[in-house]
Design a protein around this ligand. Structure first.
Ligand code: SER
Length: 583
């Protein structure tokens, strides 16, 4: 029987209700792109909201972690994984939780007690040593030698920087044929962590202050891939039953064996699986240049490049063949994969075709660039060109460069990329209707200029003027605003002069986050208040302008150059339009 079924059945027999896996994109937490742990969709309930299924829950949750993307290719890293979890929402606490875990491992999975060891919280920051958990473990037959007491780095769990949290106890399994040492050493890599039981009784706020939650919860998580590998006695996750058939298929499709090139095969297997789950998710994500869509794009493109390395025939539909296997393998547990099969396969193939159109040219360009290099570092502009013109995600450039012992200015690239990405995000979220569709540094300047123009019109013409729309290209800006008359030459001239005065004053552009309410109270200007989320970013330019805005902007107005109004005309009833340029 599959580990997932055993797990669910066991906890159902202990009074838990099975809840479905939530979509990969969190519904209640805009601070992360994907669910990274089983508890993420349950945060409101850990904080005290009653859960419709009750106080004892169990599930397997689709999780995606991309912080270790570059490490995928080794034996144990994955971008997608399933987390088995059980929860008590103010119901049972340490005794039952540890008891259930111990019973499941030793009775259901039949793991001998000698192979198990645990870590327990040693106490830190006014939170006491977890003697209770230690004594429960001892009563169950775990000897003192097999208990390690560690500080908050290891045994205090929180998702990110703030949220529900608490001390945890982690369970380790001795994965080796060597004689099992009497004393447990958590740094000995033969001991692998298989389960984490968090006793979530605290809440950490954004200032780092820890308070007690209204209820004491249990949050446990067990990484499915790792435990299957452990149970099957393999030390390479990709050789377990989770992956082996897919790895075999990749061998067949390519000119190599797994032993010859395990890295590329693992990357293809992992990335295509994650892409299948993202494309098949009800969140409806497509490859793009921002947020989740960009992660998806990078995964597919990196897989394509490794398929090329393995000399897999580009026209063999390899991505469809692998994706179909993955869909079949998981369909029983994730019905959305069958439902969205067409979307998944089409999404993969479209992205493959799109990337294949520029990949060969990009590789040629890469060869050209790198053979002309006078240093051993590829600068940010060249890395950005490879991204912008040929669609090379940065890790691809880094990988290619490393193969030639060249390093890449990733930090510089990231800065450039961030400005670029924020711009496309702003455009695609429609915050500036028909506004920022492009992506150059020039457009960022124009964007800041619209804020200055908006402020200048209020001073020169009428304080009740409001922005009605804007449109920016790298050549010019267009700004629509409410106004009941055609601007006089004098008004135009004065407005232009005022904007240029502010530019020459070198005003700093600053950004702060605040609640929408606070922003409005502070008098910040905004176009469509109802379209903004509860927490907004506000851009201020010196003390002349303050607007709700997604950015990006220049850092200082001195970067703008000379502002010139080239046209003023009617746009629609009560709305005028200014076209302006920066020289
Ligand atoms: N939230 C904990 C973890 O992710 C236990 O589920 O490890």
């Amino acid at each position: 029987m599959n580990l997932k079924d055993l797990y669910i059945d066991f906890f159902v027999s202990k009074g838990h209700k099975q809840i479905p896996s939530a979509p990969v994109v969190p519904e209640n937490d805009p601070s992360v792109l994907f669910n990274t742990a089983g508890m993420q969709p349950l945060i409101p309930y850990l904080m005290g909201r009653p859960h419709p299924y009750g106080t004892r829950l169990v599930d397997y949750q689709k999780c995606i972690r991309t912080s270790d993307l570059e490490r995928v290719g080794d034996k144990s890293h994955h971008t997608f994984f399933e987390m088995l979890g059980n929860w008590s929402l103010g119901d049972y606490f340490k005794k039952e939780s540890i008891g259930y875990s111990f019973e499941f491992l030793t009775k259901i999975l039949k793991i001998p007690v000698e192979r198990l060891a645990v870590t327990v919280f040693n106490g830190e920051d006014n939170i006491p040593k977890d003697e209770v958990s230690a004594s429960i473990w001892k009563n169950l037959g775990i000897s003192e030698d097999r208990i390690a007491y560690l500080g908050k780095e290891d045994n205090f769990w929180i998702a990110g920087d703030s949220g529900p949290c608490g001390p945890d106890t982690e369970i380790f399994y001795f994965r080796s044929d060597d004689a099992i040492p009497v004393k447990f050493d958590p740094n000995d890599e033969r001991w692998v962590e298989i389960w984490n039981n968090v006793f979530m009784e605290f809440y950490k706020d954004n200032d780092g202050k820890i308070t007690e939650l209204p209820q004491k919860n249990v949050d446990t998580g067990m990484g499915y891939e790792r435990v299957v590998a452990v149970l099957e006695g393999v030390d390479d996750n990709y050789l377990s039953s989770v992956w082996i058939d897919i790895v075999k298929k990749i061998e067949q499709l390519s000119k190599y064996t797994y032993e010859e090139n395990p890295t590329s095969m693992r990357i293809i297997a992992d990335h295509i699986r994650t892409a299948v789950f993202i494309l098949g998710d009800e969140a409806g994500i497509k490859p793009s240049n921002t947020d989740q869509g960009y992660i998806l794009r990078r995964l597919i493109r990196r897989a394509i490049r490794h398929a090329k390395k393995l000399e897999i025939d580009e026209n063999s539909n390899w991505e469809v063949i692998i994706a179909n296997m993955i869909i079949d393998k998981y369909a029983k547990y994730y019905h959305e994969l069958t439902k969205n099969k067409e979307v998944i396969l089409e999404g993969l193939t479209n992205e493959k075709n799109k990337f294949n159109r520029t990949l060969a040219k990009g590789l040629k360009e890469f060869e050209k660039i790198t053979s002309n290099l006078t240093t051993d570092t590829l600068n940010k502009d060249l890395a950005f060109k490879l991204y912008d013109t040929y669609g090379f995600p940065i890790e691809l450039t880094v990988e290619l460069a490393n193969e030639k012992a060249i390093s890449v200015d990733v930090e510089g690239f990231n800065e450039k990329f961030k400005a670029h990405q924020e711009l496309s995000r702003t455009a695609s979220s429609g915050k500036f209707k028909g506004g920022l569709a492009g992506d150059s540094e020039k457009e960022i300047k124009y964007h800041t200029a619209t804020h200055l123009l908006n402020a200048a019109l209020k001073v020169v013409v009428n304080k009740d003027i409001h922005q009605k729309g804007s449109n920016i290209t790298s050549e010019r800006m267009r700004f629509d605003f409410s106004c009941d008359h055609k601007l006089t030459d004098e008004e135009k001239q004065k407005t232009e002069q005022l904007v240029n005065k502010w530019i020459s004053e070198g005003l700093d552009v600053t950004v702060t986050e605040m609640s929408k309410e606070q922003a409005l109270k502070s008098g910040a200007e905004c176009m469509f208040i109802e379209k903004y989320p509860d927490i907004v970013t506000v851009y201020s330019i010196g003390d002349v302008s303050k607007e709700l805005c997604g950015g990006p902007h220049v850092k200082n107005t001195s970067e703008l150059g000379k502002f010139k109004i080239v046209k003023e005309e009617a746009s629609s009833a009560g709305v005028r339009r200014i076209k302006a340029i920066l020289e």
